[in-house]
Write a protein that binds this ligand. Structure first.
Ligand SMILES: [Fe+2]
Length: 532
């Protein structure tokens, strides 16, 4: 806080007490279709809001709400109004009036649809900071460009993967209070020309702490791990705290495990499950950085979080921390011999990993040799634009380039694409990554047209063993899955190419069971009766 050291005390008090309501930010604590936390710093005030744009005429707004929570943190007085009972898929306009009747500029946000058939698009990225001795980088300028991109793209929300600031206290030059002051100042660049603001789902990085997340953003859990349901079942976004040990912090990992399983039942399964946290399982940078930090696979996370992903149909993982752009093919946990990282490629059932955080952080040297499951990696500033539909997810990497000349979106349509002129990363392997819908237990179990099936199941009814007999030689590997009558997955066999695949059904319960034959583009369902 060097700049305050040279100021008289009364100026400090003036700074803290009389700053206008400013540094606005939006956080989800609850359902993004019906709630919003509006936060700001500076003077306290009353929030006025409406689905009608009344400009700065605060008295015309239909609704008002007092502050629900105030914190004093990082030399900022922070106020939070927790709005609930909002209408889905609506634009809300708001102003804040302070005790002196000063009224802020008029801002707006949009609640999200609660219909899982409506597409949604969000931005994922992380790692921004100042250039602070001994680093020399163009970091803050890059962060500001990324923030201006948000204003132009107008995503439905931002999944920020952690490391907002640097938070290395350098005595008498710069500290985390200055860092946060500048972060919030730069965040104002994300506000659109019409006052539109973008909500955030916050992740804890290693350069801030959980108290920062709680007191600066009013996150729903001060331990900074939670799940957020988007689009009434379109997808469930898990935010994990990778500053906690994955294996020994059993509270977090048990919660994660239980929640995944609770959302794997026929009546309670989102179309997609997405996970974000800060530290990558496999950082895509090389060796020691500045002689201090060594990046190697995080075996703790791989051992205790990775095994939960594929069995629970997590198809997308968002990471940061290592300061490169990386994309992978579908990955799943495997202890197969020779696989020292315990992650192997599986494009049918695995999760695509995006990373590694370059929203204005010192870019680093990509990993060598590149793991065989890596799609692309490069040292560039950028973030991911992710479009989620019920049956597919499309991912484009937007570079922080040519921002001034690109188009500006001003529509109120959820799930809009990118504006014209956006610079998309075009690496060797896929400019657009598409994740196809993999069958979840919400898919139809009843066979629809037996005549078109590629395989027969015999005998049926069965007791001990059945044969899945394919009518033609398989050109690609398929997965065979067995579900019970309640839709719970009982068995799964990967990489099947055997034209007469023998299936041990001796442990299945009597009655109706279902066999799914999963290929790259299709799922074929068979009903199997077990009679004993
Ligand atoms: Fe980090």
């Amino acid at each position: 806080m060097h700049k305050y050291l040279v100021l008289p005390l009364f100026l400090i008090l003036t700074t803290l007490s009389y700053a206008q309501p400013e540094k606005f930010r939006l956080t989800y604590r609850d359902d993004p279709s019906t709630s919003m936390v509006v936060g700001w710093s500076g003077l306290s005030g009353i929030l006025y809001y409406d689905t009608i744009d009344n400009g700065t005429n605060w008295a015309a707004y239909a609704n008002s709400q007092n502050i629900d929570r105030t914190t004093s943190h990082k030399a900022l007085n922070n106020h939070f109004v927790r709005l609930s009972g909002l209408q889905p898929n609506k634009v809300y306009y708001f102003v804040v009036r302070d005790a002196s009747n000063n009224v802020t500029p008029r801002y707006s946000f949009m609640t999200l649809s609660d219909d899982p058939n409506d597409p949604m698009s969000f931005v994922s990225g992380g790692d921004s900071r100042q250039a602070v001795f001994p680093e020399s980088c163009n970091c803050r300028a890059a962060r500001q460009e990324g923030n201006r991109l948000i204003a132009k793209i107008r995503p439905d929300f931002i999944a920020f993967n952690g490391d907002y600031i640097r938070n290395y206290d350098v005595p008498f030059t710069y500290d985390s209070e200055d860092d946060w002051e500048d972060w919030f100042t730069d965040w104002e660049l994300t506000v659109g020309p019409d006052g539109r603001m973008t909500p955030m789902v916050h992740t804890l990085g290693n350069h801030e702490d959980a108290v920062d997340m709680d007191k600066l953003f009013d996150v729903s859990n001060p331990s900074v791990y939670y799940a957020t349901n988007f689009g009434g079942g379109l997808f469930r976004l898990y935010t994990l705290n990778s500053e906690e040990d994955a294996c020994t912090n059993t509270t977090q990992t048990t919660w994660f495990t239980n929640d995944l399983q609770q959302h794997n039942t026929p009546s309670n399964t989102p179309h997609w499950k997405i996970v974000q946290y800060h530290r990558p399982m496999v950082p895509h940078v090389t060796g020691a950085i500045g002689g201090i930090v060594t990046y190697s696979p995080d075996q703790d996370m791989i051992d205790c979080w990775a095994p939960l992903l594929e069995p629970n149909d997590v198809r997308l993982v968002l990471e940061s921390h290592a300061h490169v752009l990386k994309t992978t093919y579908g990955l799943k946990y495997s202890t197969a011999a020779g696989n020292h990282e315990k992650l192997i490629r599986d494009d049918t059932t695995g999760a695509v990993f995006l990373g590694d955080g370059s929203w204005g952080a010192p870019l680093r040297t990509p990993i060598t040799p590149i793991p065989n499951f890596t799609r692309d990696v490069e040292s560039l500033d950028g973030f991911f634009f992710i479009e989620v539909n019920p049956d597919s997810i499309e991912i484009r990497t937007v570079l922080f380039q040519n921002v001034a000349s690109m188009g500006q979106l001003t529509d109120d349509v959820q799930g809009s694409g990118l504006p014209s002129g956006a610079t998309i990363w075009q690496p060797a392997n896929d400019t657009v990554i598409v994740i196809r819908k993999y069958p979840t237990i919400t898919s139809t179990f009843e066979p629809i047209n037996n005549a078109e099936k590629t395989a027969t199941i015999a005998p049926n009814p069965a007791q001990e063993v059945v044969t899945v007999q394919f009518k033609q030689t398989l050109n690609e590997e398929v997965t065979i899955e067995v579900y019970d009558a309640k839709g719970q997955k009982c068995q799964s066999f990967m990489n099947v190419r055997d034209q007469n695949f023998k299936l041990d059904v001796s442990k299945l319960c009597s009655g109706v069971n279902y066999i799914h034959i999963v290929s790259k583009n299709d799922v074929e369902a068979h009903k199997l009766i077990i009679a004993r």
